[in-house]
Design a protein around this ligand. Structure first.
Ligand code: BG6
Length: 514
């Protein structure tokens, strides 16, 4: 049953793109390195289109695409116009709208410019200065090996210098390093030419409404927070289960694996939202410091508490799926994990003794990203001797995707003469309460970066602390196959992941639950 409605305003709120009532972000040039790349087409341009449609970009906003490919602004613009039209016919695209608003699109198209440049060439990068008279945000939509060198080149070319009241910022995508040492090295490299407040390290999970909503749930209500601690919480499960496999990304995925790809970044962001102490405000430094304190309290993970698996052939959603080892770009004897599960403890007063179980995997039997907070049983069994053998546990499930909202599982009396309890669900679903607009999840992140709000971006110490927490597992796994389990594509993952919880007398929340 869904019974939550937006009761805060008489008309249902328009929602999903930055806060209603927001003003256009200050004028600047958004310089996109990797203008012809996938990220630009699939996510950045649609997000800018959505921002423009909501009046959140300044009339003097400009977009300068940089890439190695020859061609001018007209060709880039035409290609992007065609891609936007393609999205109207592709229901599976991240951006899908029934039609493209011609007025909004021409607003964007009029502001698109393009420069062919080899961004490893100092002189070619220096030449960009002529196109950048005022404030600029450099978006590095390029493979991660270019992050450090490109930032250095921008610095040497003088493009990162802030003067006459103009800002210069750099947005860096993931993966930010591949372990603690490389992340620290990259941070050192970029901090040699940039000030921390100029750096926006993106984790796209923080662009998801439902992830930001965790803070609203926890700190905008009084009814949950008093329960949010070890007296009441039995354990927490954080799941990011995917039905897609590695598809064409084998070359990227082989040296990466599920742990690096998802855990110190996306899952740790979910973990931070659910477990950090209440910040005193939503200012960037306060929120990032609260996260830092949490990450620093994570006890180094015992490799015995980590499980890894790799999918073999199977069936997902009724279609046959080849084994990971048979995917393009993957070694036939690959030991890369496509599934990782681990248990971690937080050594602070709030969470002492409460295990957090994290799991993520590809080609699984269900697609769901969610956090399950499972509460302890009531202290007194007054229903003993009734037909209720054991009470169903109370759970609060923060549904991130594809279901978006919140589910509470609780006990209720079954109608009838006997005192018989049943487990029931109370549900809030975003689409029932709000009028959702199509959005790709990058709108808020881009807007915040243009507006200079780094709350949803990672600080250097956040990145380092998250890598430090998983580092013992990465070290233990290394390149060896020891302990690597296999699971059928379309299943719930390797048996070892079930055993990890069974050892503690617990079980994973089913991938087809809530
Ligand atoms: C990316 C990972 O960062 O996140 C992918 O590299 C993963 O492997 C993706 O599929 C998941 O993001 P989302 O938003 O689809 O849940």
């Amino acid at each position: 049953m869904s019974f939550f409605r937006d009761i805060s305003s008489p008309a249902r709120s328009r929602h999903a793109i930055p806060p209603s009532g927001s003003r256009p972000a200050p004028a600047c040039t958004l310089v996109i390195f990797g203008a012809h790349g996938d990220l630009t087409k699939r996510l950045l341009i649609p997000a800018l289109y959505n921002l423009a449609g909501n009046g959140l970009l300044d009339p003097d906003f400009r977009i300068l695409g940089i890439d190695r490919a020859a061609g001018g602004a007209a060709a880039w613009r035409d290609g992007l116009s065609a891609t936007m039209q393609d999205f109207t016919r592709d229901r599976n695209a991240e951006f899908h709208a029934p039609s493209i608003d011609a007025k909004v699109w021409s607003w964007i198209a009029d502001r698109l410019d393009y420069q062919q440049a080899d961004f490893s060439d100092l002189e070619q990068v220096r030449a960009l200065a002529a196109h950048l008279p005022g404030s600029a945000v450099f978006y590095l939509a390029v493979p991660s090996r270019f992050f450090g060198p490109l930032v250095e080149t921008l610095g040497r070319a003088g493009l990162l210098r802030e003067q006459d009241g103009h800002f210069r910022r750099v947005v860096i995508e993931k993966p930010f390093g591949s372990d603690l040492a490389t992340a620290q090295a990259l941070n050192r490299q970029i901090l040699s030419v940039l000030d921390e407040r100029q750096i926006y390290r993106i984790d796209h999970f923080l662009g998801k409404e439902t992830v930001q909503n965790i803070l609203a749930m926890r700190f905008g209500n009084l009814i949950f927070e008093p329960l949010w601690q070890n007296d009441h919480v039995d354990h927490v499960q954080i799941t990011a289960a995917e039905t897609i496999g590695v598809e064409q990304r084998g070359a990227f995925y082989e040296p990466t694996g599920a742990l690096r790809d998802m855990v110190p970044n996306h899952l740790f962001q979910l973990f931070a939202m659910v477990a950090m102490e209440p910040p005193s405000s939503l200012s960037a430094e306060t929120v990032r410091t609260a996260k830092e304190q949490l990450f620093e309290s994570v006890r180094p993970i015992d490799p015995q508490d980590a499980v890894r698996g790799q999918y073999r052939a199977g069936t997902v959603d009724g279609r046959p799926v080849a084994a990971y080892r048979d995917s393009p770009g993957v070694a036939p004897d690959s030991v890369t994990e496509t599934y990782a599960a681990l248990k971690l403890y937080v050594d602070n007063w709030r969470w002492s003794g409460v295990p957090f179980y994290l799991r993520t995997g590809k080609s699984l039997g269900g697609r769901r990203t969610e956090i399950v907070v499972q509460f302890k049983k009531p202290p007194v069994a007054i229903f003993r001797g009734t037909e209720t053998a054991s009470l169903p546990p109370n759970r609060m499930i923060l549904n991130i995707q594809p279901a978006q909202g919140l589910t509470i599982e609780m006990a209720a009396k079954r109608p009838g003469p006997a005192m018989d309890l049943a487990g029931v669900q109370v549900r809030f679903r975003y689409e029932d309460a709000f009028d959702l607009q199509p959005n790709v999840g990058y709108e808020t992140l881009l807007y915040d970066c243009l507006a200079g709000d780094a709350t949803l971006f990672q600080r250097a110490d956040n990145i380092d602390a998250a890598w430090a927490a998983v580092d013992p597992v990465l070290q233990a796994w290394g390149a060896s196959a020891q302990g690597l389990e296999f699971y059928d594509a379309g299943s719930a993952g390797p048996a070892g992941a079930d055993a990890l919880l069974a050892r503690d007398g617990r079980a994973w929340y089913p991938l087809d639950g809530a």
